[in-house]
Ligand binder design. Structure first.
Ligand code: OGA
Ligand code: MN
Length: 257
């Protein structure tokens, strides 16, 4: 069953989501999910989100090391994180989550030896997605002001790794394609232990054999890295792992990776 949670087209950077559309998607979502939808006080704390010092921290991490990991729980708020988790769980119960491929369009290869996750693209149409898109837009502008990256837009998908799923070492973008420039991953799992596997392993951008960071996919934790420079890998998960990936892009029009 296709679910309207991600089916409606909407450009978050140009047009605000009409209230009527949000309300109708919420109604559908409630119909699909039952009534245990988290309370809809979803606005991230804008004063905190817009903190210049926090954006400075992100920009510094990217420029000095090419990557960073940080706890964004207080920026996004636990209600929004719970609502996003709820959405990905709904999608995961339907066939809206598709086997992820490598590349785009006619270049798309579904190589199960490289990656095993399932994904669903977000359109920003539900209230949680709209709030999340505002957060990403703040980051896009903040990074442009500080690093002059000329990030034009972003794209984002949910991902689910079931037990045994992984994503082998890779880069998110080929050098010089000016497509994906900054990658952001946000995790949505409570009480993740090292024994649960599924860690993000980050490699040194100057030595791809040296692990320089290990990030557990705990709810509210965020990893941020330069898409063309930093090799990374998702180790096999031993329990279901929910996350959300966002790429800030320099191109205006989607081109193959
Ligand atoms: C990806 C990716 C990392 C993660 O989707 O390209 O590398 O920790 N995800 O989920
Ligand atoms: Mn990746």
């Amino acid at each position: 069953m296709e679910t309207p949670v991600v089916a409606l087209l909407h450009d978050p950077l140009k047009t605000p989501v009409p209230d009527s559309q949000v309300a109708s998607v919420q109604k559908t979502q409630t119909a699909v999910a039952g009534s245990d939808v988290p309370p809809l006080n979803l606005k991230p704390n804008q004063r905190e989100v817009l903190s210049e010092a926090w954006l400075d921290e992100l920009a510094l991490g990217l420029s000095e090391h090419g990557w960073m990991s940080l706890d964004a729980r207080s920026r996004l708020g636990i209600n929004l994180l719970a609502a996003l988790k709820h959405e990905v769980q709904i999608l995961d119960r339907t066939d809206a989550m598709k086997k992820a491929g490598i590349g785009r369009g006619s270049d798309l290869v579904r190589d199960r030896t490289v990656r095993r996750d399932r994904i669903a693209w977000l359109q920003g149409v539900t209230a949680p997605q709209a709030a999340l898109f505002e957060f990403f837009e703040t980051i896009r502008q903040g990074l442009n002001q500080r690093l002059f990256l000329g990030l034009k837009r972003f794209e984002t998908h949910y991902a689910t790794y079931h037990s045994g799923d992984f994503y082998k070492k890779h880069l998110d973008s080929f050098k010089g394609r000016a497509s994906r420039v900054v990658s952001l991953v946000l995790y949505l799992n409570e009480e993740w232990q090292a024994a649960d596997g599924g860690a993000l392993q980050v490699f040194n951008r100057d030595n791809e054999h040296e692990v320089c960071g290990v990030v557990l996919p705990e709810i509210g934790r965020m990893a941020l890295f330069m898409s063309e420079e930093v090799p990374h890998e998702v180790l096999p998960a031993n329990r279901t792992r929910y996350s959300l990936a966002c790429w800030f892009r320099q191109d205006e029009v989607p081109l193959p990776l």
